[in-house]
Design a protein around this ligand. Structure first.
Ligand code: DX5
Ligand code: ZN
Length: 220
């Protein structure tokens, strides 16, 4: 079976206090810390890169689930591995010609490879990556257009999650965008087990309660 991984998106945290924000989320029961890396080109927003991951790594042993919203993910493998990233999830839309090389590099550097797809990208595009000799170990189904936190969950993306879960019973399937107490049940019943949540966690009076609601929904 697949384990629930609740991953607060640090994009919604106070970046000026990243270490204490991370520590707080772990104390509240987070499994992973979701780190949104954007290059201002693949998406119209610019966030953090390897130097910030490296700084955060000095303060925590947590699993750093890095989501690469960048046009050239190959350029980030070495720097992020050195910085102490745990998961490296790139977008299928930019890696079509070289994903095999990319996945092999990610694995050889000791990180866990994952692939993400934008809302407009058909789910079939990731099948070869999951079935490859050196496969991705996680598929991230975007449930908003990547770029910003605080957007509305797209329930129609659950068809992709259902198809993936039926085809790959033990795959880590992550959903990202607009997840919170009001949307988690549809995502969990479709088969998602890794849950990214930014504004719903950081904006709540009790982030601990939100994390626990998300976990209960996935674990049933
Ligand atoms: C969006 C990012 C998400 C974002 C989620 O491009 O990939 O991780 O931070 O934020 P919420 O949960 O607020 O939609
Ligand atoms: Zn993300």
């Amino acid at each position: 079976g697949v384990k629930a991984k609740i991953a607060p998106s640090m994009l919604s945290s106070d970046f000026a206090n990243l270490a204490s924000e991370a520590e707080r989320m772990l104390q509240f029961g987070a499994d992973w810390l979701h780190m949104d890396i954007m290059d201002g080109h693949f998406v119209p927003n610019l966030t953090i890169g390897a130097p910030v991951i490296q700084s955060l790594r000095k303060h925590t042993n947590a699993y750093l689930d890095c989501h690469l919203m960048v046009t050239n993910p190959l350029d980030y493998v070495e720097p992020l591995a050195k910085a102490g990233a745990s998961g490296f999830t790139f977008h299928v839309e930019v890696s079509q010609e070289y994903w095999q090389e990319l996945v092999q590099k990610i694995k050889s550097k000791g990180m866990t490879p994952g692939v993400a797809l934008r809302p407009g990208t058909p789910v079939e595009q990731v099948f070869p990556l999951v079935e490859a000799e050196v496969p991705v170990e996680l598929v991230l189904v975007m449930t908003v257009e990547p770029g910003f936190g605080g957007q509305k969950f797209m329930p129609e993306m659950m068809d992709k999650v259902r198809v993936l879960r039926e085809k790959y019973p033990s795959l880590d399937i992550e959903v990202d965008g607009g997840l919170g107490p009001t949307t988690i049940d549809v995502a969990a019943s479709a088969g998602a087990n890794c849950i990214v949540a930014g504004s719903s966690v950081f904006g709540a009076p009790s982030p601990r309660d939100v994390i626990s609601i998300l976990r209960k929904s996935v674990e049933g």
